[in-house]
Design a protein around this ligand. Structure first.
Ligand SMILES: C[S@@+](CC[C@H](N)C(=O)[O-])C[C@H]1O[C@@H](n2cnc3c(N)ncnc32)[C@H](O)[C@@H]1O
Length: 234
């Protein structure tokens, strides 16, 4: 095959792979999907054994790489003593990045048994907590972690706005809450539109936390922008 034809062929195959991944991922974010349906969808997806391949880190989905780099910058030293709760941990992409930077004390929270089954096979976390982060109280004491991080856990049928209260509760005063998410969800996910950022601001006014930064980043996933929020608990 001539070189340019081969290039077109490779591009077409890659486009097909991305399209398929986008559609599979959309299945977990369909408008109106409930939290339970979404978690079960992830479990089925994980049990097909193709999740990590479909949302390939560093190609299609870069949230965990960004989250790892943000935490590494925030904690330049003494990383092995920093306790981190990886919320919506999934199959452990974020922990894979954190371990590369020398973080060692990382717990996983995720409501999808199937996703956590895969994370367990990788042996990345100290604890595996199979629970939803939503308006209720998770089985974690107050002020437990130095940091909590969310990558890919915000979206339709995922962590609701009310989950912010728990993020703050489980982190120690002075600790970090880092949320990495797709930027466009702020404008069309019903639970977030005109609600998520106003709630973040209200919590800041109430001196529950203080914003350190809000950065828009390119190519978070499927070539779409992401947004990274960093807050310090008061
Ligand atoms: C796209 S995956 C991201 C997984 C991992 N953080 C990563 O970056 O690869 C989204 C994860 O969010 C979890 N999730 C959905 N709703 C949640 C909730 N209310 N609380 C905590 N995790 C949730 C799902 O079970 C799923 O594992």
């Amino acid at each position: 095959m001539a070189e340019d034809k081969l290039k077109d062929f490779v591009t077409a195959v890659e486009d097909e792979v991305v399209k398929r991944s986008y559609n599979v991922n959309y299945g977990a974010h369909k408008v109106g999907i409930t939290q339970r349906e979404s978690a079960d969808y992830y479990t089925n997806w994980a049990r097909t054994g193709t999740y990590d391949q479909d949302l390939s880190k560093g190609k299609i989905y870069n949230g965990p790489i960004v989250a790892g780099a943000v935490l590494a910058k925030h904690y330049p030293t003494n990383r092995d003593n920093i306790s981190i709760l990886d919320i919506a941990a999934g199959t452990g992409y974020v922990a894979e990045e954190l371990l590369k930077y020398g973080f060692k004390v990382i717990d996983a929270l995720d409501p999808s048994e199937g996703m956590l089954e895969i994370a367990k096979t990788k042996g990345l976390y100290r604890k595996y907590i199979c629970e939803f982060l939503n308006g209720g109280t998770v089985s974690i004491p107050e002020d437990e972690y130095d940091c909590c991080v969310v990558s890919g856990g915000m979206g339709e049928g995922h962590i609701p706005c009310s989950g912010l209260h728990e993020m703050i509760r489980v982190v120690k005063p002075g600790g970090l809450v880092c949320i990495v998410m797709r930027e466009e969800y702020l404008s069309y996910v019903e639970d977030y539109k005109d609600k998520l950022e106003p709630l973040m601001a209200k919590l800041e006014k109430e001196e529950k936390w203080k914003r350190l930064s809000r950065d828009v980043i390119p190519n978070y996933s499927f070539n779409k922008n992401g947004v990274v929020f960093k807050y310090e608990k008061c």
